[in-house]
Design a protein around this ligand. Structure first.
Ligand code: NAP
Length: 259
């Protein structure tokens, strides 16, 4: 399917690896020029070079922590005039409700709620002026069904979801859509980071811990960054202009919900 977005420009945050890279690759495959971001410059340059070589699009890199105000200023400067924004950052650490203090919440809110809001606030006006734009926020299945150990993530991402619910309806009249893409379990470093402690706690191997977790997913496997990226690119396509303010689960059926 021709996504109809060749020649457009996108900022994809936190995209040297994992789900962000999956989104960058799928957008590049559709002919979209990119601004890619991550903290580690070496992995970011390697990812950008792989995208350029595979798809022949222009890729600019901005190595910085997108959750800081200084980092946001850097990516916003590089991304002036983009048509597409994909927000993403690392997720907060797991823990227990009684462990977290105010500073932990502020860090989580900064990373997973206030950063995407700041990027939208800076880049939506350019999209509105052009009468066309797409925003996809990478959030989590935890906004539909809580993951108890990820209370910081549950809280911050649900706050972003509430913001998007209203804001998407304010920008839709200008041809700009905002939607959230909700990953379930995907085979990335983040999944390994969560599987590792479980394996250790149960005295089993990482592979065994992964197999146990995969067995809880109706699709009986982890998702891939490529599949996730394809879903993101579709939400950024010409065909998705009537999809507004939605929360699309990409989880192999793992979130047990009727709607
Ligand atoms: P990942 O494989 O660990 O990749 C994270 C990417 O983000 C890397 O490129 C990393 O590069 C970059 N990054 C992290 N923090 C950053 C920051 N502060 N500023 C700029 N770049 C940053 O993670 P993932 O699995 O793709 O997860 C992406 C998001 O989806 C996370 O928020 C995660 O919690 C959420 N999620 C993932 C899953 C899953 O199963 N994978 C499920 C639900 C939700 P640097 O380290 O070099 O910065």
């Amino acid at each position: 399917m021709d996504l109809g977005i060749a020649g457009k420009r996108a900022l994809v945050c936190a995209s040297s690896k994992g789900l962000g890279l999956g989104c960058a690759q799928a957008l590049a495959a559709a002919g979209v020029d990119l601004v890619m971001n991550a903290r580690g410059a070496e992995a970011l340059e390697a990812a950008a070079e792989a995208v350029r070589a595979a798809h022949g699009v222009k890729v600019t890199t901005v190595a910085c922590d997108v959750t800081t105000q200084a980092g946001q200023a850097q990516v916003i400067e590089a991304a002036q005039g983009v048509d597409i924004l994909v927000t993403n950052a690392g997720g907060p650490p797991p823990g227990l409700w009684s462990d977290w203090d105010r500073d932990d919440f502020i860090r989580a809110l900064d990373a997973n709620m206030l950063t995407p809001i700041a990027l939208m606030k800076a880049l939506l006006p350019g999209m509105i002026d052009k009468g066309w734009g797409r925003v996809v926020n990478i959030t989590s299945q935890s906004v539909r069904a809580p993951i108890p150990a990820l209370g910081l993530s549950n809280a911050a991402r649900t706050g972003l979801t509430g913001y998007v619910a209203g804001t998407s309806r304010q920008v839709a009249p200008f041809g700009v859509t905002i939607n959230n893409l909700l990953p379930g379990i995907h085979a990335t470093d983040r999944a390994n980071a969560l599987d590792g402690p479980v394996a250790q706690q149960k005295g089993i191997s990482l592979e065994e811990a992964r197999a146990e977790r995969a067995a809880t997913i109706p699709a009986r496997r982890y998702g891939t960054p490529e599949e996730f990226g394809a879903a993101c690119a579709f939400l950024c396509s010409q065909h998705a202009g009537f999809i507004v303010g939605q929360n699309l689960l990409h989880d192999g059926g793992g979130t047990n919900l009727t709607m």
